[in-house]
Design a binder for this molecule. Structure first.
Ligand code: 5GP
Ligand code: ZN
Length: 116
């Protein structure tokens, strides 16, 4: 479960700089380097799990924490009333580029479907 070359592991360990906006023992949340909306936050697990299809029952609490962090960050960003989208891309067809599990929090504009 360890990946020394993983960019999100490096962000979690502060070996690569990022604009971190929230952190607890399990998670780190930071501003996306290439924002697709006025609010675009990436919420990652500190543990290296590659993708949603690798998650098991032992990760239930972690997954719940990620969703709650998205809700709290949305409130802090002032977009709870206007609304937002929480997205987890899984594997190639899901558009996953970084193989370290993460949630996207997107908002601050009307979002289209399919995502864009
Ligand atoms: P994915 O396509 O894997 O779901 O999303 C990965 C996201 O991570 C993309 O939105 C991309 O812009 C963001 N990202 C990739 N590398 C970095 C980085 O080094 N720093 C930050 N802040 N975001 C990154
Ligand atoms: Zn990683």
């Amino acid at each position: 479960m360890k990946n020394d070359s993983c960019i999100f592991c490096k962000i979690a360990k502060k070996e690569v700089p990022s604009k971190i906006i929230f952190e607890n023992s399990d998670l780190v949340a930071f501003e996306d380097i290439s924002p697709q909306a006025p609010v675009h936050v990436v919420i990652i697990s500190k543990a290296h799990i590659e993708k949603l299809s690798d998650v098991t029952e032992k990760d239930i609490r972690l997954m719940g924490s990620m969703v709650l962090a998205a809700k709290d960050i949305a409130a802090d960003k002032g977009i709870s009333g206007s609304g937002y989208r929480v997205v987890m891309n899984c594997n190639k067809d899901g558009g996953q580029a970084v193989f370290h599990i993460h949630l996207h929090l997107l908002g601050g504009r009307k979002l289209n479907w399919p995502p864009g």
